[in-house]
Design a protein around this ligand. Structure first.
Ligand SMILES: [Zn+2]
Length: 502
């Protein structure tokens, strides 16, 4: 289980002391928490010369929690109409300064990121990969997978854990008793299902304020200049002291339960390794993927590892074309750098092959847009289909993501239909026990007719609806249909994260 604190109030100075006190409570009990810190909060600690707070926090794990958190525009506001590439750039430009400042002030690359309030955006994931921040740690209903950790856009998400999120109130004895009882119930349920992560999160400012720092300043789109920022109302010193004392007792209760291990965000990656990249898939596994993708274009669990729809598509395409990891530079394309990996394929030679062992997996993002008109039915020769697979693989090498459309004999095919059809083809070829075969036609398989793909992975991403943007800081009426559609397309990358057994 993991305790994490969104450390964000850069207005009320007492919140600095609250963060320090919490860090000390964990240190005294010999365990570590994760403090997700806002960029401006880190700068404020530095400028207020609170080296004592920075030092106390540094004994714990440091994550990132956005540059200004609630100053408008927040990420969902500035990303709402942007596409993928410009959205990734916007996020990196606007939020990147905070990452740099955290590195300067705390001396570490943040272990994780989680959005401010409900300001979730899909483009943030590509920025995290660029910054080498491997974990998304937060709670929100925008994306989730059965209340358990999952992979999305190549980032491990500890997000949307449903009933596996618990906490205690900070009011005193009654809250404490109730919090302990609630933890014990969640703990029992998690043990009953074989173990897993429990999330407990707070904001250090909750120990000192009566109302959130951003609620009093930035609610419903309000954006006053810094000189007009107001301090939030504060709790009495007695209330604050009682809240800390009971919280220390709650922590002691939680950490001393049997079979409980407290982990930080930085330790989560080792518990949920992505084994899909650790060893090649077998012939039988590839056949399972080929069958699965014809029914549903979504992830598949295979024993101790899982593959996303994007990964299945990539593996299937690689199975049916001849390629070379380090081809001689005889196939040159205009503008191609000589050192670029290229498929050993040119029109006129034989594009088809069948090899399903020892294919390296490559991470791909989902498409960044939807092609408006794709063909619904057609029949192709396998030669044309092989050419399309080569074209697809070259394009994904360049783009790093699935294109919105795949051209087969000059016709526009949707990626999910392409995937389902490839699944059909690989299943037929597997039946013939071919190995490392190359030629211009597959024996006994002249034609392939287009299959309809059923992209069900999209259901793990919320549809745009008013309630999704209910965070009090958002301007009233905010809607982000274009951005949530981008998020849905990125569900090509979603798959469960599987807990390692010790
Ligand atoms: Zn926050």
């Amino acid at each position: 289980m993991s305790f994490w604190f969104d450390t964000e109030d850069y207005i009320l100075p007492a919140a600095d002391d609250a963060a320090k006190r919490l860090a000390e409570i964990f240190t005294e009990q010999g365990v570590r928490a994760t403090f997700k810190i806002v960029g401006e909060k880190a700068r404020v600690l530095r400028d207020r010369k609170r080296d004592d707070v920075i030092h106390a926090l540094s004994k714990h794990d440091i994550g990132y929690h956005a540059e200004y958190h609630s100053v408008h525009p927040t990420p969902a506001e500035y990303e709402q109409q942007l596409g993928w590439d410009e959205g990734v750039k916007a996020f990196m430009r606007r939020e990147g300064r905070g990452v740099e400042d955290l590195m300067k002030i705390f001396g570490v690359v943040p272990s994780c990121y989680g959005q401010a309030g409900g300001s979730w955006v899909p483009q943030s994931y590509a920025a995290l990969r660029n910054w080498e921040i491997p974990i998304y740690l937060d709670e929100t209903s925008h994306v989730g997978l059965d209340g358990k950790p999952f992979w999305y856009c190549g980032v491990l998400n500890v997000l949307n854990l449903d009933w596996r999120v618990t906490r205690t109130g900070l009011g005193g004895e009654g809250d404490f008793q109730e919090g302990c009882q609630q933890f014990d119930e969640v703990h029992k349920r998690v043990l009953d299902e074989g173990g897993g992560l429990i999330s407990i999160y707070y904001h250090p400012c909750e120990w000192v304020h009566k109302q959130f720092w951003d609620g009093v300043n930035f609610s419903r789109g309000a954006n006053p200049p810094r000189e007009e920022w107001k301090l939030p109302p504060q709790k009495s010193p007695e209330e604050t002291e009682r809240a800390f004392e009971y919280f220390a007792r709650y922590l002691e209760h939680v950490r001393t339960r049997p079979n409980v291990q407290l982990i930080t965000a930085r330790e989560m990656g080792a518990l949920y390794p992505d084994r899909a990249y650790q060893r090649p898939f077998t012939r039988d596994e590839l056949l399972l993927m080929a069958k699965h993708i014809q029914k549903e274009v979504t992830f598949l669990r295979l024993g101790d590892r899982a593959v996303s729809a994007a990964e299945i598509l990539y593996l299937l395409a690689k199975a049916v074309v001849r390629f070379d990891k380090n081809p001689p530079p005889k196939v040159q394309f205009l503008g191609a750098r000589p050192d670029e990996r290229r498929l050993q394929y040119a029109f006129g030679s034989s594009p088809l092959a069948f090899r399903i062992d020892d294919i390296d997996l490559k991470f791909l993002y989902g498409p960044s847009s939807t092609w408006s008109e794709t063909i619904q039915e057609s029949t192709f020769s396998w030669k044309r289909w092989g050419e399309a697979c080569c074209d697809f693989l070259e394009e994904v090498e360049d783009l790093g993501r699935i294109p919105p459309v795949i051209w087969v004999a000059g016709k526009a095919v949707a990626p999910e239909d392409f995937a389902a059809t490839l699944g059909w083809g690989v299943e037929r070829l597997s039946e013939q026990n071919l190995t490392s075969w190359t030629g211009t036609e597959f024996p006994g398989l002249k034609e392939v007719s287009l299959k309809k793909g059923n992209f069900t992975a999209g259901k793990y991403v919320a549809e745009d609806r008013p309630g999704l943007w209910g965070w009090v800081i958002f301007p009233p009426g905010l809607r982000c249909p274009k951005m949530m559609e981008l998020g849905r397309l990125q569900a090509w990358t979603i798959k469960p994260a599987i807990l390692t057994r010790p």
